[in-house]
Design a binder for this molecule. Structure first.
Ligand SMILES: *[C@@H]1O[C@H](CO)[C@@H](O)[C@H](O)[C@H]1NC(C)=O
Length: 299
């Protein structure tokens, strides 16, 4: 039996962009503090199962798969790397989380339709029948999801109500057709705030490169706050977590509408800030560092 305990930590760009100016002022005055709420964190070797709902091309899948495989890869990718970015999660109560891709389901027959509710996400997550894993649902650009665009993805947990086992799940949608201004910024013009020319997406796919930003954010939120009693700031119903607390900050010197200093690939003109396996490059948000109490930018 699965029940929906809660859907936590939506990444809410609209709200954050509107409050970004106030936040920026606050950040200068006081350190950002994510409180630890005494709950369990996900540590050790963790399986990540992937359910692709809708149509994804093999290239789109490989961009995301390479990203997940880059998180815990042995040294290989040049620094700054995806793995070095992920390492900051080890500072949360100590201990590493090694994410290993497990099963994949290609759910390309739209059997639940093209409009999914939270309950659909929970039942898709449970199709892996794997309570110890992080079950990730990825929805294609033609699939609407309840709350999509006011948030770019979400994470939460399912599991027996009285039993001990609980399993974490993540949902991320491809925003390309629905809200690239919110969920694929800075690869697309923002819908609110100052307008700057969009950056070139590192893997040439505005929607999927945007998904990687949001997936990275949610995976970090999942391991550091899997059951809504880990590390976060603010109310448990709208928590700011490890990376969502740094929304809008891709590099140093960022301010609302400007993602900050990033690296540029001389050949393609693409913007990125971390290297992955197979020669891939990605652009990720900063992660809050529990030692310095600040969003740690790579560049
Ligand atoms: C649709 O695809 C899923 C995943 O492969 C499968 O489990 C399900 O039975 C399929 N549904 C239909 C109606 O074909």
């Amino acid at each position: 039996m699965f029940s929906n305990h809660h859907i936590t930590s939506a990444i809410c760009y609209v709200l954050l962009l509107l409050t970004a100016t106030t936040m920026g002022a606050l950040l200068e005055q006081q350190p950002l503090l994510l409180k630890y709420h005494n709950g369990e964190l996900l540590k050790g070797r963790i399986t990540v199962n992937l359910l692709w709902y809708g149509h994804f091309t093999p290239i789109q899948r490989s961009i995301i798969l390479d990203f997940i495989n880059s998180l815990s890869s042995p040294p290989g990718a040049p620094l700054p790397s995806v793995a070095s970015w992920w390492k900051t999660t080890e500072k949360y109560k100590g201990g590493s989380s090694t994410l290993v891709v497990g099963k994949q389901i290609l759910h390309d027959n739209y059997s639940l339709g093209k409009y999914l509710k939270g309950t659909h996400l929970v039942s898709l997550a449970s199709s892996f029948n794997d309570l110890s894993a992080i079950n990730v649902i990825l929805t294609s650009e033609d699939v609407a999801v309840d709350g999509f665009c006011s948030r770019c993805g979400s994470h939460g947990s399912t599991g027996p109500v009285h039993g001990k086992a609980r399993s974490a799940y993540v949902w991320v949608g491809n925003p390309e057709a629905q809200c690239p201004g919110q969920c694929a910024w800075p690869f697309h013009q923002p819908i609110y705030g100052p307008q700057a020319p969009p950056l070139v997406a590192p893997n040439g796919d505005v929607g999927v490169d945007g998904m990687v930003i949001n997936l990275a954010t949610l995976l970090a939120g999942t391991v550091t706050n899997p059951f809504n009693n880990g590390y976060f700031q603010g109310p448990a119903t709208a928590p700011l977590e490890a990376v969502s607390a740094c929304t809008g900050v891709f590099g140093s010197g960022s301010y609302p509408g400007y993602p900050g200093r990033v690296l540029v690939d001389k050949t393609t003109g693409a913007s990125y800030n971390v290297n992955g396996i197979n020669g891939r490059k990605y652009l990720l948000l900063a992660m809050w560092d529990p030692q310095t109490l600040a969003c740690k930018t790579v560049v």
